[in-house]
Design a protein around this ligand. Sequence first.
Ligand code: FMN
Length: 287
Amino acid sequence: MSRVKEKLIFAPGEAASSSSSANTTAAAAAAAATDPSHQAAPAAQAAQFKQSTLHRSALNPSPSPNSTPGSPTPPAHFPSPVPETCTLSTAHLPSGRVSSRMVYLKELDSRGFVIYSNWGTSQKARDFATNRHVALCFWWKGVERQVRVEGVGERLTTDESQIYFDTRARGSRLGAWASRQSEVLIPRPAKVTKTDTDGEEKEVVTEGREDDGRAQLEEQVREIEDKFAGHDQIPVPDFWGGLRVIPDMVEFWQGRESRLHDRFRYQKVSAGEGEGGGEWKIERLNP
Ligand SMILES: Cc1cc2nc3c(=O)[nH]c(=O)nc-3n(C[C@H](O)[C@H](O)[C@H](O)COP(=O)(O)O)c2cc1C
């Protein structure tokens, strides 16, 4: 009996097979793992990063949002779709338990990185209430660059959050009000109104159409639609708004061949006003 465990994931990179099917890739990987004659050539085993390089001479003195390459702002010709997509990581204290989720970066200036979310019921809200240290991580595949940001979060004021809130579609503004983000939605039996033989309307519980919790959300949305019916101007909820991540560490990672990547870490050494928000130390890191 073979003692070699079947590999279910062949990572990182693609198997030698040109097929993009995950199953085929896994099968090729499994074959390679169990039969030496199937071993892919090393060059085919791991995708190589070849798009670009980073050199200290090209870096800005601070991780300024206004120029590249030492900048978290993607260049205008940016080939990565939705480059503002990033993970936000938070950590609860005293448990130390970490959680991550995708968010959209909405604003960036020399003061920091602004994201918008629910600060009432979400996990990030619970974590942030105990620990203001947060981290963001961007992956821009088109230019094979990762940008990591660490710092302390600071809630935007209601007035500041309102400015962004007003730009959102009405449905999204009502959605922010209606969603008790990350709270459990309770399933309930589906009810339909039927007219019986003597013309009387009554609610009947239908078999086989059990609600899975979505009905509660839709009811919450209806309540909010009623609350703001006829109002064009909708106030930002007090449990919702912006969080500015004030960075004290920004790292630019540029994929290079043979996993010998370029990495430059900016660490804030002193706070200050204006471009970059202070003085930064720049160091190259081992890949
Ligand atoms: C691409 C993408 C972008 C997202 N952007 C946001 C966002 O900007 N703000 C937000 O609150 N949730 C956003 N979400 C949903 C979050 O990932 C997450 O489900 C939600 O914030 C609740 O997380 P929490 O309870 O861990 O705090 C996004 C999800 C995806 C997949």
